[in-house]
Write a protein that binds this ligand. Structure first.
Ligand SMILES: Cc1ncc(COP(=O)(O)O)c(C=O)c1O
Length: 361
């Protein structure tokens, strides 16, 4: 069914006139005009159906009816910020805490992944009293100025690397210097982080944080070797810094076997800060930072309040732990005003480069 009163060429002309060229289109030479999405499908103005393999936010599918209904019902009731007492924010924090290690028990809700990582940076700096950040090569952590600075994927095309940013190699056992045939690639790649930290310290720099996607997705769907994060965390904590796990792209069951990608590194591994976004709101602007009491208390000690407008969206979507017996099948719960409906949905299991079935990213 064609549903396009304006016509693709006219839309394209308007877009070129009114929007910045920095906001790029997919397939710029012949963009597709998408007018509708449902589940795993998208539809263009001619009614042609596309399987959506690239959208990274529609975690339970486009326009999931229960998400749509919950959003509609909440829009009729209240839309405000997090400074009023309300059940949604505490209920959701509680549900999230059930998915995380016990130590990660303080939550901040925000509007975007970038906001979450920016807050993580502030928390890390306040807690440690240090300023510098170690990141992995090719990483992207968001579009705010603070995050462009810690995103080699971006800063290499802009002002370059700031003196407070230190880049460690991606722990890529497929293409990197230490491969699968190395006796201990986890320790070898973690030693690279140690080397980067030591070289920064020799220049008088002090490390506030190590930031990494728990499974570097922007860097190429890299699965860090098991044991890498605990080793890195040891080096970073000895330097007085904290470990920040960016789960914005890969959290909420997207790695298949675990709810959080950092759990691929072993049940005992606990980051100091976890940031969430994208799939948390099924595309609606919601994000979250989880951290420890110690980090949160240090931030509170500044006396500066933290608030934003994220609260009203919190009832939209919840996700349940993937079923252990069938790891490739996620069971997202759409949770609406106290009523839970479970609807199993097959996560897109793409064979990874080794031919294994793995992440949905
Ligand atoms: C790993 C990672 N972190 C942070 C962000 C920033 O999230 P947002 O676009 O919601 O600000 C992104 C966005 O693509 C991302 O992929």
């Amino acid at each position: 069914m064609a549903t396009d009163p304006r016509g693709k060429a006219a839309t394209l002309a308007l877009r070129r006139r009114l929007l910045s060229n920095s906001c790029r289109l997919f397939f710029p030479e012949d963009p597709i005009k998408i007018v509708r999405g449902q589940g795993q499908y998208m539809y263009d103005e001619q009614g042609a159906e596309y399987i959506d393999c690239i959208n990274n936010v529609a975690h339970v599918g486009h326009c999931h009816p229960l998400v749509v209904q919950a959003a509609h019902e909440q829009n009729q009731v209240l839309n405000t910020n997090s400074r009023y007492l309300h059940d949604n924010i505490v209920d959701y924090a509680q549900r999230l805490s059930e998915t995380l290690p016990e130590k990660l028990c303080v939550f901040y809700f925000l509007n975007s992944g970038s906001e979450a990582n920016d807050l993580a940076l502030r928390l890390a700096r306040q807690y440690t009293g240090h300023w510098d950040v170690v990141v992995l090569d090719h990483a992207y952590h968001g579009h705010l100025s603070s995050l462009i600075d810690i995103s080699p994927y971006k800063f290499r095309d802009l002002d370059g690397q700031k003196e407070w940013v230190h880049v460690a190699p991606l722990p890529d056992t497929y293409r990197g210097p230490y491969r699968e045939d190395h006796p201990n690639p986890a320790v070898a790649y973690a030693s690279e982080v140690k080397r980067v930290v030591s070289s920064a310290q020799e220049k008088g720099r002090k490390i506030a944080a190590f930031f990494a996607e728990s499974l570097p997705s922007v860097g190429g769907q890299i699965i860090p070797p098991a044991g890498y994060f605990p080793e890195v965390a040891g080096h970073i904590r000895r330097a007085g810094g904290v470990f920040v796990a960016d789960e914005i792209q890969v959290g909420f069951g997207r790695v298949g076997k675990h709810f959080w990608a950092f759990q691929l590194q072993g049940e005992d591994f606990v980051p100091d800060i976890v940031t969430m976004g994208k799939s948390i709101g099924n595309g609606h602007p919601v994000a979250c930072v989880a951290t420890t009491h110690a980090v949160a208390r240090a931030f509170e000690a500044t006396g500066v309040e933290y608030f934003n407008t994220a609260e009203r969206k919190l009832h939209f979507v919840e996700h349940r732990r993937p079923r252990k017996e069938c790891p490739e099948v996620q069971a997202p719960d759409v949770f609406q005003l106290g009523q839970r409906t479970t609807r199993g949905s097959k996560a897109g299991c793409h064979p990874d480069r080794h031919g294994r079935e793995s992440e949905k990213l």
